[in-house]
Design a protein around this ligand. Structure first.
Ligand SMILES: [Zn+2]
Length: 220
């Protein structure tokens, strides 16, 4: 069976119908506000939502058929590779490292997170340079994933060179993006997101920590 609208298409088996309904609802609800955020009227191409029921197929996609094994880690559950949203089935998702306690709510947020990557990719000026820090920051923020810390405790180099190997990388990226969203105008944020490689990460860490200190002090 196939569902299709202006923005995406999704193929599925009949026995997944109820589950797919929730996915479609969630994406339809979130797609407009997210596209508005990025000031996109129409995506350059309609994307597919591809659900993987076979883990090896998913690993093959991520590692480009085993050629880049370093690109896969057992906690990866979805990817916006090739302009599509590739995501594990809910069963496989719950079996992935760190996702044991996840439910449908987390799953839907992951789906929206990947959609943010698709939209962000549209506005990035140089598609060859895609530093993860602000990409993951804006994706976790707009997907409403509650990854927050009270202090960033790593070196700028870690977030620039070894982002995914850095402990709490998603929490740090979420907090940095939170700082930007709270202190910059929408136009300024979009300018930063168009050329995310141009930010001074060391300065951003410092500014975010100052921002978090003030927030923490206010809460006490
Ligand atoms: Zn992501």
């Amino acid at each position: 069976m196939k569902y299709e609208n202006d923005i995406f298409s999704i193929e599925y088996d009949r026995h997944d119908e109820e589950f797919i309904k929730l996915l479609i609802e969630s994406l339809e609800q979130k797609s407009k506000p997210i596209m508005n955020f990025f000031e996109i009227d129409k995506l350059s191409k309609k994307f597919q939502v591809i659900i993987y029921h076979n883990l090896q197929d998913f690993i093959n996609l991520i590692t480009e058929n085993g050629e880049k094994p370093q690109q896969y880690a057992p906690w990866i559950v979805a990817s916006a590779k090739d302009g599509n949203i590739n995501i594990l089935s809910l069963d496989l998702y719950k079996k992935a490292e760190g996702h044991e306690n996840c439910d449908m709510r987390h799953y839907l947020k992951t789906l929206v997170h990947e959609f943010v990557h698709v939209c962000h990719h549209e506005i990035i000026l140089d598609k060859k340079i895609r530093p993860p820090l602000l990409m993951e920051g804006i994706a976790t923020q707009l997907a409403g994933q509650p990854y927050k810390v009270s202090h960033i405790d790593c070196k700028a180099e870690d977030l620039i060179r070894n982002f995914y190997d850095t402990a709490n990388c998603y929490e740090y990226s979420n907090s940095i993006m939170g700082y930007l969203l709270n202190t910059k105008s929408h136009d300024e944020v979009l300018d930063i997101l168009r050329e995310p490689h141009k930010v001074d990460v060391a300065e951003l860490i410092e500014q975010t920590n100052n921002f978090l200190d003030k927030e923490n002090a206010m809460q006490q």
